[in-house]
Design a protein around this ligand. Structure first.
Ligand SMILES: NC(=O)c1ccc[n+]([C@@H]2O[C@H](COP(=O)([O-])OP(=O)(O)OC[C@H]3O[C@@H](n4cnc5c(N)ncnc54)[C@H](O)[C@@H]3O)[C@@H](O)[C@H]2O)c1
Length: 336
C-alpha cells in the first residue's frame, strides 16, 4: 500500500461501480477499492480491441460482482448504476490506430457510450459521484509547453477526438443536471495488468512486453519526442484522492507524472530494468507519423494544487515493479 494510504477514506460497505474494470487501469482500481473495503461491481464487455482480460481480476473474482456487458446496452447500464455511490468510467475503445480504421465503432463506444452512462446516472442515480478518464492526446500537437488545462484541443486521431467530446458531455451534464462529474485526462500509464502484447495500446507497455520476451524494441525516427509517463500505482492514488475531493466537481485535470523522457530513453530504460531485449531506430510508418503529436510536456500543477498527491514511482522504480508482476504470469498477457 502507498505511503499516502492514511489519506484514503475507508469505503467499508460502500458501493463502487467500475466500468471497464477488467482493463488495465480499471482492474487496478478494483484492487484498490477492495482494499478500502468497498463493494465493487465491474461492468465490462471484454471488447476485443481493448485491453480487458479476466485474469486481471482472477485473484479477487469471488469478492466482486462482474457484469459482462456493453456500455452501449443502455438498459443493462441503467440497472447497474442504481445505488452506486461512486462510478468510475474506464470503459473505452482504447486503440488510437483502431479508431482510425473503424471510426464509427470508436464513436459508438467512446462518445455514444458516454451519453449512455451520463443519461443512466441522470435518470437513476443523480447523486452518484462520477469520475471519467480522458486522455492528454485530446490536446493534439502542443502549442505551448508544459501544457495545462487551458491548452486548446486539436486531437489528431479519432479516439482522442471522441474522448474530447465525451469529456464535454460530462461537463454539460454537470452544469445542466448537477451531475457530480470530474474528468482526469491521463497520459502514458505503465505497470502491472496493462496489455503488453500489441503496439495498438500505450507504447511503453508494448516496450515492456517486447523486453520481457527478449525481443527488439523498435523506435520510430530518432525517438527524441518527449513523453510523460506515470506508474499505475500513482494513477490509482490520484484517482482515489480526487474521488473524495468535493472541490473537483465539474473540473478537468491533466493527470501526468513529474518527469518527462524521450521515447528513446523510455525504450533504453525498459531494456535496462527488464534486463533483456535491445533497441533499434526505424523509419516512421506513414500512418503513425500522421497522428503523432510530437513532444508532449504536460503540467500536473492543477491537480497537485487541489489534492495532496505525492508521486512515489519514477520510470526506473516503476519498471522494476512491473517486471516483478509479469515474471509470474507473462503468458497470460501475450495474447488478449
Ligand atoms: N493506459 C493509458 O496510458 C491511458 C492513457 C490515456 C487515457 N486512458 C484512458 O483510461 C481509461 C482506461 O484505459 P485502460 O488503459 O485501462 O484501457 P484498457 O483497454 O486496458 O481497458 C478498457 C476496458 O474497457 C472495456 N470496454 C471497451 N469497450 C467497452 C464497452 N463498449 N462496454 C463495456 N466495456 C468496454 C474493455 O473491455 C477494457 O476492459 C480509458 O478511458 C482510456 O481512454 C488510458
Amino acid at each position: 500500500m502507498s505511503t499516502q494510504s492514511n489519506q484514503f477514506q475507508q469505503m467499508t460497505g460502500r458501493k463502487v461501480l467500475i466500468t471497464g474494470g477488467l482493463g488495465f487501469i480499471g482492474s487496478n482500481l478494483v484492487h484498490r477499492y477492495l482494499t478500502l473495503g468497498a463493494q465493487v461491481t465491474v461492468y465490462d464487455c471484454l471488447d476485443t480491441h481493448s485491453g480487458g482480460r479476466l485474469f486481471n481480476i482472477e485473484d479477487v473474482k469471488d469478492d466482486i460482482t462482474i457484469r459482462v456487458n456493453d456500455i452501449l446496452n443502455f438498459e443493462k447500464l441503467c440497472e447497474e448504476v442504481r445505488n452506486q455511490e461512486l462510478i468510475i468510467n474506464c470503459a473505452a475503445s482504447t486503440s488510437h490506430a483502431h479508431s482510425m480504421k473503424e471510426p464509427w465503432f470508436d464513436q459508438d463506444v467512446n462518445s455514444k457510450g458516454m451519453i449512455n452512462l451520463l443519461e443512466a446516472i441522470r435518470r437513476f442515480n443523480p447523486e452518484a459521484r462520477f469520475l471519467h478518464l480522458g486522455t492528454t492526446t485530446q490536446l493534439g500537437p502542443l502549442q505551448y509547453q508544459p501544457a495545462d488545462e487551458k491548452h486548446p484541443e486539436f486531437p489528431t486521431d479519432i479516439y482522442s477526438a471522441n474522448k474530447s467530446v465525451a469529456e464535454k458531455y460530462a461537463l454539460i451534464y454537470t452544469k445542466a443536471h448537477n451531475i457530480d462529474a470530474t474528468i482526469l485526462r491521463v497520459s502514458n500509464v505503465f505497470g502491472p495488468r496493462a496489455s503488453i502484447h500489441s503496439p495498438e495500446f500505450t507504447f511503453n507497455n508494448y516496450f515492456v512486453g517486447l523486453a520481457l520476451q527478449n525481443k527488439k524494441i523498435t523506435v520510430y525516427g530518432d525517438g527524441a519526442q518527449m513523453r510523460n509517463v506515470l506508474f499505475i500505482d500513482d494513477v490509482v492514488n490520484a484517482l482515489s484522492l480526487i474521488a473524495q475531493e468535493p472541490k473537483s466537481k465539474g473540473e478537468v485535470f491533466l493527470l501526468a507524472g513529474d518527469q518527462h523522457y524521450s521515447v528513446l530513453e523510455i525504450a533504453q530504460q525498459t531494456v535496462e530494468q527488464i534486463g533483456s531485449g535491445e533497441v533499434a531506430n526505424i523509419p516512421w510508418p506513414e500512418e503513425r507519423k500522421r497522428i503523432d503529436v510530437g513532444d508532449a510536456i504536460i503540467s500536473n500543477k492543477k491537480i497537485k494544487s487541489l489534492i495532496n498527491w505525492q508521486i512515489e514511482d519514477n520510470l526506473q522504480t516503476g519498471l522494476i515493479k512491473t517486471k516483478e508482476y509479469y515474471q509470474s504470469c507473462l503468458e497470460k498477457y501475450l495474447t488478449l
